[in-house]
Design a binder for this molecule. Structure first.
Ligand code: GLC
Length: 621
């Protein structure tokens, strides 16, 4: 075994270096020092390999052999379930988190994404997405040693540790930025800094505004830097300049440092923005994909079990391009997420059905990370063409959704807040917890039992779909207990400008759950359990039903489990296209129905109808 592990680096190098060289040639091939860059990269990879512990190398070896044997990676299993959390809001610090392993195990969770935890700015720091050092944990959360210990404790329990790789930008207080501010030429070139405003204006002409309520355009003037710094997001988040290979080399070292600390999945933050070319929107450019490939191939050589997860909340045509065995093997599924909410508001699942039919397919060995809510806002990233093809005006529909979810549409059940309203385009996004957006907050305020039941039914239906789809379901911590919006952020001047804090809620371990919250928690546990026990939910096989009624979204897993959901509060008919005939049993409720027959779906009902083997018992009367 030792010998195999020793040989692993060499094998991985031989297998991946040709493709890595080709990718880098595309990015930096015109430079006279291209071969020197390659040589330096090889040294960085070899040094990282040397530092990698034998425990992690064993993990690499297991990962690679399971792939060779044709076994699916762990994230393709029906037993995989993820959660994402802020360490301070969930358990105060990393040591506290280690003591919550039992909680995760009870829910069946084996993937824990820790939101940004590295050194950051005091005051507003975009929830830690402004990193001042990739090697120092925020003091209030613990230390690097705590993070390593946590990852090791997780690993022993079969839990994979996930963190962000915030590689599009550093904070304005990262040592590279500080040196740039002092005029150090080497580090000025790590960023995009223009002395002349006209240069910044020229780039601005073709850029989309991402955080328009922070500042118009994408540049911020820093007197100390004597220039305009590219800041796609907040002014304290400085975009890195990857056209400079020094930046790539430096960030590869940071990436491998994290991998060697025991991190198994890196969520590539804001990856659509990493490559910039004048006259373009500087989003999802072909070289952005190449750059991701280069990072991924470097990881394959020095930390082969490291997996990338893509955070591309962009047009679905672009989202899919980041996914692949040699890029990101995992990707958020923002289309599924947004269209669940869209269907819920409009009681119309046609756009969801069409989009899933057309856009579900991704390369083998990769998986969608399906989700309902996360720490960010909901952006309506569906394709305009798809909407038009159904006669839906995408602009009007987005406007409707924003109004529906931010309390500006009469009769809406949702309680949410607007995020980054653009005064020029009128565009905006939506914030709120799953329960508040699904109507529970309003129902509790009105103390109306029918409304409470409806809200719980909506939540049940959404989770029922999430757990039945192929891919890795991701729970945003707190949503498993139907937490409600927390408006206290408005009183905190550090947070009040960012409505995403409405759904970033501190967990109170001593608080008694409301009956509806308990129902949701128990329901999730049950669904997760059934999913984990049912092998037919493994893998990626799915077939989406043709639309029967606008309100119904339905699909079939492994040609045997028919999942149907009614996105409305009316009864609607549904015809079960069973393959084998006979009787089908709903795995969630035990209810039985006959194959090839029309049934009625109750308001917000979700069914997991499993076909029995041929000759199954007759339908119970
Ligand atoms: C990603 C994060 C978001 C953050 C942004 C800038 O989109 O999810 O929270 O504001 O990147 O880092």
């Amino acid at each position: 075994m030792r010998a195999i592990i020793l040989a692993m680096y060499k094998t991985q190098l031989q297998e991946n270096m040709p493709a890595l060289t080709a990718a880098l040639f595309e990015l930096y091939g015109s430079r006279w020092d291209f071969y020197l860059i390659l040589e330096r990269l090889e040294k960085i990879l070899a040094a990282a390999d040397k530092e990698r512990s034998s425990v992690l190398k064993k993990l690499d070896d297991d990962f690679l052999s399971s792939q060779k044997k044709g076994g699916g990676a762990w994230f393709l299993s029906n037993k995989s379930l993820g959660t994402m959390l802020y360490v301070d809001l969930f358990s105060d610090n990393l040591k506290g988190l280690a003591s919550k392993i039992k909680y995760f195990k009870e829910l069946g969770i084996n993937y824990v994404h820790l939101m940004p935890l590295f050194k950051t700015l005091k005051g507003d720091n975009d929830g830690g997405y402004a990193v001042s050092s990739y090697r120092e944990v925020q003091k209030k959360l613990g230390s690097m040693a705590d993070l390593k210990a946590l990852a090791a404790a997780f690993r022993k329990e079969g839990i994979h540790t996930v963190i962000d790789f915030v590689f599009n930008h550093t904070s304005s207080e990262h040592e590279w930025a500080k040196k740039a501010l002092k005029g150090d030429k080497k580090y000025r070139d790590f960023y995009y800094i223009f002395k002349d405003k006209a240069d910044a204006d020229e780039w601005n002409k073709s850029l989309r505004e991402i955080f328009p309520s922070v500042r118009r355009g994408s540049f911020t003037y820093f007197k100390e830097a004597d220039g305009w710094v590219w800041t796609t997001f907040n002014s304290f988040q400085w975009d890195l300049n990857y056209s400079n290979p020094e930046v790539f080399l430096a960030m590869v070292q940071e990436m491998l440092f994290l991998a060697n600390a025991g991190i198994e999945v890196l969520r590539l933050d804001a990856l659509a923005f990493v490559w910039k070319e004048k006259g373009t929107a500087c989003e999802s450019l072909p070289k952005a994909y190449t750059l991701i490939k280069a990072f991924s191939l470097a990881a394959k050589i020095a930390a082969p079990s490291l997996v990338f997860k893509s955070e591309a909340i962009v047009h679905p045509d672009q989202v899919v391009k980041y996914i692949g065995q040699d890029k990101c093997r995992l990707s958020y599924n923002p289309l599924q997420m947004a269209l669940f909410w869209s269907s819920l508001a409009s009681r119309d699942a046609r756009l969801l059905t069409l989009s899933m039919k057309k856009r579900w397919a991704i390369p083998d060995g990769c998986a969608w990370v399906n989700y309902i809510r996360c720490h960010d806002d909901i952006g309506w990233t569906f394709s305009d063409e798809d909407a038009w093809s159904l006669g839906i005006n995408p602009y009007e529909h987005r406007k409707f959704l924003n109004r529906f979810y931010t309390g500006r549409f009469e009769g809406s059940f949702a309680r949410g807040e607007a995020f980054q309203e653009n005064p020029t385009t009128g565009d905006c996004r939506v914030c709120g917890t799953m329960a508040s957006l699904a109507g529970l907050e309003e129902a509790l305020d009105k103390n109306d039992q029918l409304l409470k039941d409806m809200a719980v039914a909506r939540v049940r239906m959404l989770y029922g779909l999430l757990f039945a789809l192929p891919g890795l379901p991701l729970l945003y911590a707190g949503d498993e207990e139907a937490m409600l919006n927390d408006y206290s952020y408005k009183k905190n001047p550090k947070l009040s400008g960012d409505s995403r804090w409405v759904h970033r809620v501190k967990k109170d371990w001593n608080k008694k759950l409301l009956p509806e919250q308990k129902t949701v928690r128990d329901m999730i546990k049950r669904m997760a359990k059934i999913r984990a026990q049912e092998k037919l939910f493994a893998g990626s096989q799915v077939w989406f039903y043709d639309q029967q009624q606008p309100q119904v979204f339905a699909f079939c897993r492994s040609e045997t489990i028919h999942v149907a959901a009614n996105f409305s509060e009316r009864r609607v008919p549904f015809y079960v296209w069973a393959n084998k005939g006979g009787v089908l049993t709903d795995l969630l409720s035990g209810k039985q129905v006959r194959a090839q027959e029309q049934i009625q779906l109750e308001p917000y009902e979700i069914l997991w109808l499993k076909e029995e083997a041929q000759g199954s018992p007759a339908l119970a009367k």
